[in-house]
Design a binder for this molecule. Structure first.
Ligand SMILES: Nc1ncnc2c1ncn2[C@@H]1O[C@H](COP(=O)(O)OP(=O)(O)OP(=O)(O)O)[C@@H](O)[C@H]1O
Ligand SMILES: Nc1ccn([C@@H]2O[C@H](COP(=O)(O)O)[C@@H](O)[C@H]2O)c(=O)n1
Length: 194
């Protein structure tokens, strides 16, 4: 039976970094589900039609990592029909052998409620803003405002809001290096594998 790991948390908390480290360590597949919403937001036009027509090629667009793409993603992510159109793809991915790691906002609560491991990754707002601003070469204060706006929208929406699953383990990476955060996640996964 494939082993599924669900990783959720606010923007730039380190979900993807941890997911990639786990994928490398355990040989599992990894899907950054934020890319699906970023692609839908970037396609323009009717977001519901865009979500229904989404293909793997759309996820390879070079402009999806920008702050603007993140804001557009969080707006289309509030539309229930957009979310519904993306469920099957994510669940099929989660069933891949020998295991799959999905990171996003509703993986442990909606997409994979039966996941073997659920992590909710958090970090202080300013820490997240500093890390993301360094990554994109942008202003920290502006990034802080953008992350807070996105987190508020994600947590306030009625369909699949950002929140930890009841059985999720919270991992606060504020004072952790990338290596320490990855090692902490590996320990949690190992404890469930054995
Ligand atoms: N523990 C850490 N220490 C220092 N920098 C980190 C740490 N974890 C992640 N980072 C850096 O912070 C930035 C955001 O991390 P990452 O992309 O993993 O976050 P995310 O939660 O996946 O973001 P998003 O919400 O956009 O999907 C990246 O530049 C990453 O290298
Ligand atoms: N499972 C998910 C994943 C993402 N979203 C929305 O997309 C935005 C961008 O996500 P990133 O992980 O790339 O930052 C995010 O702010 C959410 O609005 C989602 O709703 N569900």
């Amino acid at each position: 039976m494939p082993f599924t790991i669900a990783i959720d948390g606010p923007a730039a908390s380190g979900k993807g970094t941890i997911a990639r480290a786990l994928a490398e360590r355990f040989g599992f597949h990894h899907l950054d589900t934020g890319l699906l919403y970023r692609a839908v937001g970037a396609m323009g036009g009717d977001p519901i039609a865009a979500a229904q027509a989404l293909s793997a090629d759309d996820l390879a667009r070079p402009d999806l990592r920008s702050a603007e793409a993140g804001q557009a993603a969080s707006r289309v992510a509030t539309i229930p029909e957009v979310r519904a159109a993306l469920v099957d793809f994510q669940r099929r991915f989660a069933a891949r052998a020998p295991g799959a790691i999905l990171d996003g906002r509703d993986i442990g609560t909606v997409i994979c409620p039966q996941a073997a491991v659920k992590l909710f990754v958090v970090a202080a707002d300013l820490t997240r803003a500093r890390r993301r601003a360094a990554e994109l070469g942008t202003d920290v204060e502006e990034m802080l405002a953008q992350l807070r706006e996105r987190d508020s929208r994600d947590a306030a929406r009625t369909t699949a809001p950002l929140r930890p699953a009841e059985d999720a383990v919270t991992l606060d990476t504020t004072a952790m290096s990338i290596e320490d955060a990855a090692a902490a996640a590996v320990r949690i996964v190992q404890s469930r594998l054995s």
